[in-house]
Design a protein around this ligand. Structure first.
Ligand SMILES: Cc1ncc(C[n+]2csc(CCOP(=O)(O)OP(=O)(O)O)c2C)c(N)n1
Ligand SMILES: [Mg+2]
Length: 1022
């Protein structure tokens, strides 16, 4: 049915042709009367009409009895001259007319508003003309289009076309007739279609509304809660003649399209059987991105950080970032040897960093494309984090210098939850990047899946509505419309500092990749695609016809770019070695030596002078602001901190304070983010004090430590792991001189961020030669809290550690540090506050950066034994990878019958049990603080110290979890398989912990009994 009401031939031959081929509407035709009535322009419902009528009646009686604005409204609307009857009332016939006049004006205002709200539903967005971009061919019943026949009787043959028999008239939502089309109507202030005119005929109003809202641009913005912002958008698009391009601009656009198209053609010619995820069908994305960058640069932006998936990535590298073509081409050479360490990545995942002069604005601009994995949209929060950090280091709190652009595929944008998680960061004070421009390559397909099977929302972009981001849909076969939309999008971002979405409705000329046959699954779509004239040809024909360029100039432009490609191709053949380092997205100038290597293989001691410890302890126990009333419970906590400081001891929270505070003193920015981190899930941290009497008055004592110290950021995040961890990883990418930590509420929640852990943290350096020193704090421990909230899943992190379990290492002098350099990440489980303090400081003092995974305590936070003395933290002390037995057993090693190795909290259970069983002289306890990379050297020494002892590994986790599978083969390697390492701990299980408190205690008892049963392994072989 929609054909009948769709737009007339003047939308262009293409559009009308398409209309006839439109598929079956998803919804059947509905009578207009079943539709809810539209809101009136002032936001009231139909009840507004009687109010206006009352106004009109009053005006007829006495024009001065109504407000001036009503008087002017009724006069301009051509109302009757006010005339009172002898009784002071208008005659009845006049009232009828008056009522019609008012109704008509209201109808027209409603109509204007209906176009602004729903016009996009009938915009001609699909270049193929097959599918409606909103997956629905239904035409909103409150739109009157130029082909509607108002109030006329239906021709009887329409019944044959499926109209219900009872419908005898053209359906009209308003009581407007054909004759009304030439009447003049006053325009409300909420439209700009009039330009300098304040009233127009209804016919012209409809024509202008159609031309703004229903051609190749579809605007969704009326859900935005801010009237000023809506007005801004209306003005940008409704004002007559806004989409005018100078011939210079048209020529630039054509030249950019030439590059985009010929780049793909070149790759297709040279490497016809290589996957490259070409951009064909959306070539306009290159001029689109360039326009966003040009416009932003013009508005003061100096640094643009981009994230994007596979589609068109090489083209973006070549033609937007301007990576040397030969470096791109040589990636296609299978014989090239990799020069750098690491396993590398496929070419359409690599990142890039480039500083150059923007040719349009003549200003310096830095562009970086962040490397990403296949996992679609995973890079979104990473880009945001990096952008935030760049803004932070530049002091660009408003995002006037640094901005991000994210490119998305239609299926991924709608389907991946991390998109939503990332949007929710966009307006949070510690996470906002002050607006991102999102560009969706909406080729109306995801691999082989039709969008009608891939999403439940009308558009793939609906997710953006949650943050009030305007969404501009545009037909990608209309390059000028695309450019206009992109320039408004950039202006929006740089005016309001809020997100905006450009939805490029396009098609995918080939299969998902160049080797894929799309006709298997999308036969009709691809029949249409095969007939589709490429956008470059269409646009060139248009410009040649209108005389903006000549055919010869166009051909020369093509030949010029083809020559550039050929020459670069020639040069690329001379390359023998592939440098992944050339694809680094975040260089750290000055951190490494000129060859990109660490400046040393040593780490200075991590202890600090006692007066620094004391000073931090004092500030941590105080309220640095005047007249600031804290909670009495907190006063107690602060008094306890002061007491500990006096006694030269620290608990966990104070040790963390001292690590952060000392780094801040040394100019290292510290940022701690995650759910409820400010107070701490376990109410132990209290880094943000809240005035009990003044709303939102807070104090962060950590920022009052020293004049000139580095800033400390501690921020409660949104309830997201995937998004927030990705964000912090991106933040940590920007600079090596910051300690960036993400804390999970409980360790097991990290699994909803698994993709960031697997695809970026564990593998990032190997794939992209990019270091990252992010720290993950994962509360862990079997404390009877149930299957969740117990395990941070150490086994998973350890399984992904890359140190070789079977290789007996060479113990060089720098073994401790070089082992750290060689690993993909560091996994620790500290048993003392001092250990935690040192490992946090070591993270920054190391001459390179590695991700650090820390299993952090819960009950140990308040355990009376889990305290450390200043002696373990002062200058000269450092992180102990292994804490050897130093009690009674250490003094008589010959008498020790069992040496139990363990890690973390279970140590305290074991110490207590050993003492209660009177086995202090016979059982030694040694703690692994650093589990991975495995401290082979220290374990060997420790085992040798107790030659007659049976070796046991004890853990509180189940046997198939925890550390056992990781440590067991490494013990075998270091012991030369001469001595067994027996397992003591919970039995294998499916769930990480029981939900029954009693079962928990029974299993604890059982393994503690085994740990100290010195005959438990008698007669057993290994
Ligand atoms: C998280 C994730 N799931 C699945 C895939 C496999 N995959 C690769 S491309 C693709 C289709 C993407 O469609 P769309 O987002 O529309 O981008 P297009 O390829 O059409 O440009 C899929 C499912 C992936 N890369 N990432
Ligand atoms: Mg797609």
């Amino acid at each position: 049915m929609s054909q009948l009401r769709l737009l007339p031939s003047r939308l262009g031959a293409q559009a009308t042709g398409l209309l006839a081929t439109r598929g079956i509407p998803r919804r059947s035709w509905r009578s207009r009367s079943s539709e809810p009535s539209a809101a009136f322009p002032n936001g009231t419902s139909g009840g507004g009409s009687s109010y206006v009528e009352a106004m009109y009646s009053a005006w007829l009686e006495n024009p001065q009895s109504v407000h001036q604005s009503w008087d002017s409204f009724f006069r301009k609307a051509g109302g009757e001259t006010p005339l009172a009857t002898p009784e002071g009332r208008p005659v009845p016939s006049r009232r009828t007319k008056a009522s019609k006049l008012v109704e008509d004006h209201l109808a027209v205002q409603s109509l204007i508003r209906a176009y602004q709200i729903r016009g996009h539903h009938v915009a001609q967005l699909d270049p193929l003309g097959i599918l409606d971009a909103d997956l629905d061919s239904f035409v909103p019943s409150d739109l009157i289009t130029t082909i509607d026949k108002l109030g006329e009787t239906l021709p009887c043959d329409l019944a044959l076309q499926g109209w219900p028999a009872q419908v005898t008239q053209w359906p009209t939502f308003y009581d407007l007739q054909e004759a009304d089309l030439d009447k003049e109507f006053q325009l409300p202030t909420t439209t700009f279609i009039g330009g300098s005119e304040s009233s127009l005929s209804l016919r012209e109003i409809i024509r202008r509304l159609e031309s703004t809202y229903c051609q190749h641009i579809g605007l969704e913005f009326m859900f935005i809660n801010d009237v000023e912002q809506c007005q801004w958008i209306r003005q940008k698009f409704e004002t007559p003649g806004v989409m005018q391009f100078s011939s210079e601009e048209k020529r630039t656009l054509l030249a950019r399209l030439v590059r985009s198209m010929r780049f793909e053609d070149f790759l297709a010619r040279k490497w016809s059987s290589e996957k490259r995820f070409g951009l064909e069908g959306c070539e306009v994305m290159i001029p689109a991105l360039k326009t966003i960058i040009d416009k932003s640069s013009e508005m003061g932006i100096e640094n643009v950080i981009l994230g994007m998936p596979h589609r068109g990535r090489l083209n973006v590298l070549a033609n937007v970032i301007r990576k040397d073509l030969e470096q791109i081409f040589c990636q296609f050479d299978p014989k090239l040897e990799a020069a750098d360490e690491g396993s590398g990545d496929v070419k359409y995942h690599l990142g890039m960093y480039h500083e150059r002069i923007n040719r349009v604005t003549n200003r310096n601009i830095t562009l970086s494309l962040v490397a990403n994995p296949s996992h679609l949209e995973a890079v979104d929060p990473v880009v945001q984090g990096k952008t935030k950090a760049e803004q932070f280091y530049r002091g660009d709190a408003q995002g006037k210098k640094v901005m991000s652009i994210l490119v998305h595929g239609d299926a991924a944008f709608a389907g991946q939850g991390v998109v939503y998680e990332t949007f929710h960061l966009s307006d949070l004070p510690s996470y906002t990047t002050n607006g991102t421009v999102h560009v969706v390559v909406n080729n109306q397909i995801g691999f082989t899946t039709d969008p009608r099977m891939a999403r439940s929302s009308p558009y793939p972009t609906d997710v953006a509505r949650v943050v009030n981001a305007p969404i501009f849909h545009v037909n990608a076969d209309d390059p000028e419309a695309v450019i206009y939309v992109c320039s408004v999008a950039a202006e929006w971002r740089n005016t309001f500092n809020k997100d905006v979405v450009v939805d490029l409705v396009c098609y995918r000329r080939r299969g998902h990749n160049e080797m894929d046959e799309p006709m298997f699954t999308q036969p009709l779509m691809y029949k249409q695609i095969h007939q589709q004239v490429p956008v470059l040809k269409k646009y060139a024909d248009k410009l040649i016809t209108e005389g903006t360029v000549t055919l010869q100039e166009f051909e020369e432009e093509i030949a010029k770019y083809d020559r550039i490609c050929e020459e670069a191709y020639g040069r690329s053949k001379d390359k023998k070695i592939l440098h992944i380092k050339h694809w680094l997205d975040s260089p750290w100038p000055g951190f490494f030596n000129v060859d990109g290597e660490p400046k040393s293989m040593t780490c200075p001691p991590t202890g600090i002078p006692e007066d620094v410890l004391t000073h931090i302890g004092t500030v941590a126990s105080s309220v640095p602001l005047e007249d600031f009333k804290i909670h009495t419970g907190l006063s107690r906590i602060l008094r306890a901190r002061a007491d500990m400081t006096r006694k030269r001891t620290v608990d966990w929270a104070l040790a963390e304070y001292m690590a952060f505070g000392s780094l801040l003193k040394e100019g290292i920015h510290v940022r701690l983010s995650g759910q409820d981190v400010e107070r701490g899930t376990f109410s132990h941290r209290h880094h943000v004090l809240h005035d009990q009497e003044v709303d939102r008055r807070t104090c962060v004592p950590m920022n009052h430590l020293w004049p000139g110290q580095a800033p400390y950021t501690v921020c409660n995040s949104s309830l997201s792991e995937y998004g927030v961890l990705g964000f912090e990883l991106g933040y940590a990418m920007a600079s090596p001189n910051a300690l960036v930590l993400w804390e999970a509420q409980f360790g097991d929640f990290h699994n909803t961020a698994q993709c960031i852990i697997d695809q970026f943290i564990s593998t990032g350096q190997a794939k992209w030669v990019r270091h990252n020193g992010i720290v993950l704090l994962l509360p862990h421990g079997m404390e009877g809290m149930g299957p969740e909230h117990s395990s941070a899943r150490p086994e998973r992190f350890l399984q992904m550690s890359n140190d070789d379990s079977d290789a007996y290492p060479v113990f060089t002098e720098d073994f401790e540090v070089s082992q750290l350099y060689d690993c993909n990440w560091i996994v620790v489980n500290c048993s003392t506050p001092a250990s935690y303090f040192h490992v946090l400081r070591r993270q920054i003092l190391l001459p390179f950066r590695k991700p650090l995974i820390i299993f952090t305590p819960k009950s140990l936070l308040r355990h009376p034994e889990a305290k450390s003395s200043f002696d373990q933290m002062v200058s000269g002390t450092s992180f102990q990878r292994v804490i050897p037995e130093d009690g009674v057993a250490a003094r008589t090693p010959g008498q020790v019958r069992r040496l139990i190795f363990c890690t973390g909290k279970v140590y305290y259970d074991l110490v207590k049990e050993r003492s209660s069983q009177g086995l202090d002289g016979q059982v030694a306890l040694t703690r692994l603080e650093q589990i991975s990379p495995f401290p082979f050297d220290l374990i060997e020494q420790e085992a040798a110290r107790f030659p007659g002892a049976e070796l046991v590994w004890c853990q509180e986790e189940h046997k198939n979890m925890g550390y056992y599978d990781y440590i067991s083969p490494r013990f075998m390697t270091i012991l030369g398989r001469t001595r067994p390492i027996w397992y003591v701990g919970r039995e294998p299980a499916a769930a990480p912990a029981t939900g029954n408190r009693n079962t928990h205690l029974v299993s604890l008892r059982k393994f503690l009994d085994t740990a100290f049963d010195l005959r438990a392994f008698e007669g057993k072989t290994f």
